[in-house]
Design a protein around this ligand. Structure first.
Ligand SMILES: *Cc1c(COP(=O)(O)O)cnc(C)c1O
Length: 409
C-alpha cells in the first residue's frame, strides 16, 4: 500500500499568493475596468541584455552541428563557467577553486535541496520573516512536528526575528542549532547584513559546529562598498558556510534558469573531514540532477564577460532607480520605509499599526496597488508590507503616483 509523504500535510503555506489573487479578483469584480498596479511580485520584467542574447544564441548554434554538439555535460557545470565564477569571486578578494562551484538551474532548487545532505534530526534556524522555501523544504523533510497556528510558527524550528530594533538583521540564536539560513540582501525586508553582523554568525557557527546556508541572490544589488557581497569575505566562513546564488535577479534569468552553489572544500560538520560535505553535494547532484542546460550556461558565460557584467549591472541600476522612486514617494507622504537602497525590496511599516492584510485591502481599494503582506513571510512580518522594485518604469511611476494621490492616511 502506497503512503504519501505526510510531512506535506503540515505545510501551512500555499496561502500567501493564492490569497492575494483571491482578494484581487474580488476587487476587480466590484470595480470592473480598473487596472490594478502590481508592486507585489519578485519577478524581473526587463529583457535580457544584447550580450546575453548573443551568448544564448551561440549556445543554440553549437547544438546545430556535429563538431560542436554536446549532450550531457559535467553534472557540476561547464568548467569554463566555473572558472569564470572563481575569477568573479577573486575580484571580491575571495579565493575559491572552480571545483567548489556547482552550477544549477537556480537558487530556489538549491535552497530547497541543500538540507537533504544534513541529518534529518538537525535543529534549524530561520530568519523571520523569510523567503518561504527554506522553512517549507525543512517541513517536508520532516524536521518539524507541525504548524502551531497560535504562534504562527512551526514546532521545532528556531525563529530569528528581524525587527526594526535590529535593522531587520537578527542576532545569532540564543541556543545551539545545527543549520542556519541567512539571506542577504534580504527578501522580503531589503536589509543587508554588515560585515560585523555576518562575522557574529560565522563565529557562532564555528563555535557550535553549525552550517550557515547563505542565500546571496541579490548580492549584485549592493551598492554600499562597506557591505559584504559574499559570506566568504568573512574570515573562517569557508569552514562553516555554503553560499547559494543565481543569475535570476542579476541578469534577468528568472525564466532562463541558472544558479550556483559554493560548497567549500574546507566546510566541515560534526565528524566530517574537509572535502566530505562538498563530495556529498556532488553525490546528491549526480543522483538527482543532470546539469544545467548547455544553452543556458553559454548565456551564463556571456554574463561574466566584461560587456555582460556591465550590461547586467545597468539592469540592476534600472530596478534600483525604481526602488528609489518607490522609497521617495512613500516617504513623501510620511510612510516609514526600510530597505530599497541595497536591495530591490521596500519594506514598509503599515500606518497606525494596521495588520499586513488590512493594509493590503486598504492599499488595493484606495489606490489599485497590489503589494505583499509582510505576515505572509513569517510572524515577525506582521505589521509590515513588501513592495517590489521589479517592473517597467512607467508602471512603477503610475503606482507611486496613485499611492501619493489616493492613499488616505
Ligand atoms: C528570487 C530569489 C531567488 C532566485 O531563485 P532562482 O531559483 O534562482 O530564480 C533566490 N533566493 C531569493 C531569496 C529570491 O528572492
Amino acid at each position: 500500500m502506497a503512503h504519501i509523504n505526510t510531512h506535506y500535510n503540515k505545510l501551512a503555506a500555499g496561502y500567501l499568493f493564492p490569497e492575494i489573487a483571491r482578494r484581487t479578483n474580488r476587487f476587480l469584480e466590484k470595480n470592473p475596468g480598473v487596472k490594478v498596479k502590481k508592486l507585489g511580485i519578485g519577478n524581473t520584467t526587463e529583457p535580457l541584455t544584447p550580450t546575453v542574447i548573443k551568448g544564448l544564441k551561440a549556445g543554440v548554434d553549437k547544438l546545430a552541428s556535429p563538431e560542436t554538439y554536446t549532450g550531457y555535460g559535467d553534472e557540476q557545470g561547464n568548467k569554463l563557467l566555473r572558472e569564470k565564477l572563481s575569477a568573479y569571486y577573486s575580484l571580491r578578494g575571495v579565493d575559491l577553486s572552480p571545483d567548489e562551484f556547482f552550477i544549477s538551474d537556480g537558487a530556489k532548487s538549491d535552497s530547497g535541496n541543500i538540507q537533504s545532505i544534513f541529518s534529518s534530526d538537525s535543529v534549524v534556524a530561520f530568519q523571520d520573516p523569510a523567503y518561504p522555501v527554506y522553512v517549507d523544504s525543512n517541513v517536508i523533510a520532516g524536521r518539524s512536528s507541525g504548524f502551531n497556528p497560535d504562534k504562527g510558527e512551526y514546532n521545532n524550528f528556531v525563529y530569528m526575528p528581524c525587527r526594526e530594533e535590529n535593522n531587520f538583521v537578527p542576532e545569532v540564536p540564543a541556543e545551539k542549532v545545527d543549520l542556519v539560513y541567512l539571506c542577504s540582501p534580504n527578501n522580503p525586508t531589503g536589509a543587508v547584513a554588515t560585515r560585523d553582523q555576518l562575522k557574529s554568525f560565522v563565529d557562532y557557527a564555528r563555535k557550535n559546529k553549525a552550517v550557515i546556508i547563505y542565500d546571496a541572490a541579490y548580492a549584485e544589488y549592493i551598492s554600499d562598498p562597506a557591505l559584504p557581497k559574499t559570506i566568504f569575505e568573512i574570515e573562517g566562513a569557508k569552514e562553516c558556510a555554503i553560499e547559494i546564488n543565481s543569475l535570476s535577479k542579476f541578469a534577468g534569468f528568472t525564466g532562463v534558469r541558472m544558479g550556483w552553489s559554493i560548497v567549500p572544500h574546507d566546510l566541515i560538520a560534526e565528524g566530517t573531514e574537509p572535502g566530505e560535505i562538498k563530495n556529498l553535494w556532488y553525490r546528491r547532484q549526480c543522483t538527482f540532477f543532470n546539469g544545467a542546460s548547455n544553452i543556458v550556461q553559454e548565456g551564463g558565460l556571456a554574463v561574466f564577460s566584461d560587456e555582460g557584467l556591465a550590461e547586467s549591472r545597468s539592469l540592476v541600476n534600472y530596478y534600483m532607480e525604481n526602488a528609489g522612486i518607490i522609497r521617495e514617494g512613500l516617504s513623501s507622504i510620511g510612510l516609514k520605509t526600510f530597505g530599497g537602497t541595497n536591495a530591490p525590496y521596500i519594506w514598509l511599516k503599515t500606518p497606525s499599526g494596521m495588520s499586513s492584510w488590512d493594509f493590503f485591502d486598504k492599499l488595493l481599494s484606495e489606490t489599485g496597488v497590489i503589494g505583499t503582506p509582510g505576515s505572509g513571510f513569517g510572524p515577525a512580518g506582521e505589521g509590515y508590507f513588501r513592495l517590489s522594485a521589479f517592473g517597467h518604469r512607467e508602471d512603477i511611476k503610475d503606482a507611486v503616483e496613485s499611492i501619493k494621490a489616493n492613499l488616505i492616511l
